[in-house]
Design a protein around this ligand. Sequence first.
Ligand code: 13P
Ligand code: SF4
Length: 296
Amino acid sequence: MKNLIQDLKQQKNAIILAHNYQPIDVLEVADFMGDSFELAKKAQETDADIIVFAGVSFMAESAKILNPNKKVLLPSLKATCPMAGMVNKEKLSKLKEQYPNASFVCYINTLAETKAMCDYCVTSSNAVKICNKIESKEIVFLPDRNLAAHVQEKLPQRTIIPFNGYCYIHQYADKKVFENAKQKYPDAPLLLHPETPLALYEYADEVLSTGGMVEYAQKSNANVILIGTEEKMAERLKYEFPEKEFIPLLKRCSGMGEISLESIYESLKNEQHEISLISELMNQAKIPLERMMKMG
Ligand code: 13P
Ligand code: SF4
């Protein structure tokens, strides 16, 4: 299957971009792996004709919006992020009426129609940096209430108005699992993702994007690291740093789990499922995304 995928990539001048939550067999056929921001950057830089996205739909949509002339494929229509669907046009319009003087910042984990109504887009790696550069004091941040709280904690001079969305994987992190892991590995640092509720930060040595976790693992002298984000992140780290141990503390994201070698092969062979958005929507959604690419 891996050989067939490599052949198809060559024939079609295609690349595979894989999110850090993908398992090793998918990473082995990927041309690049990274966090949401790193993948968006790679998608902008490539001269491939086809981009296959081994991740969830908001990532593939963002790649398409930034590269309207390229064919962007998502191997499974079920590869979605539930948090992205928590906010919609109607809810956002109400907030815009309620906060006419605020800047609207959306997490990249949103649908294109949400991005099209916002001023700035951010990812977990640059949310604090970008919010700090925005002029208005009042910022409506959506959809993740936990990332919003993280930004508020780092930028007390701003008023962050959170939307009430969340990621079910990070929201329902179990503190008992953290406590047991800390007891079993007392010297191991514990890394959390900023989609985690602030109440759990007391267990964290660092709060990082998935790309930040890769960087941390590279620099750290620790032989064992506790990974407080989606389950497969530990596998991704082991793939790059086989001499270290990474202990996963959270569950598998079902949207990410929709991607497999088989679905990637079918996607490349049949050029399915192509991301297609109306050009007016893409032009609007491109504004906050391009601001992020410049500021992030
Ligand atoms: P990163 O941008 O940190 O990879 O996060 C994406 C995501 O969906 C986390 O759950
Ligand atoms: Fe969405 Fe959470 Fe899955 Fe990330 S881990 S893609 S935020 S559901």
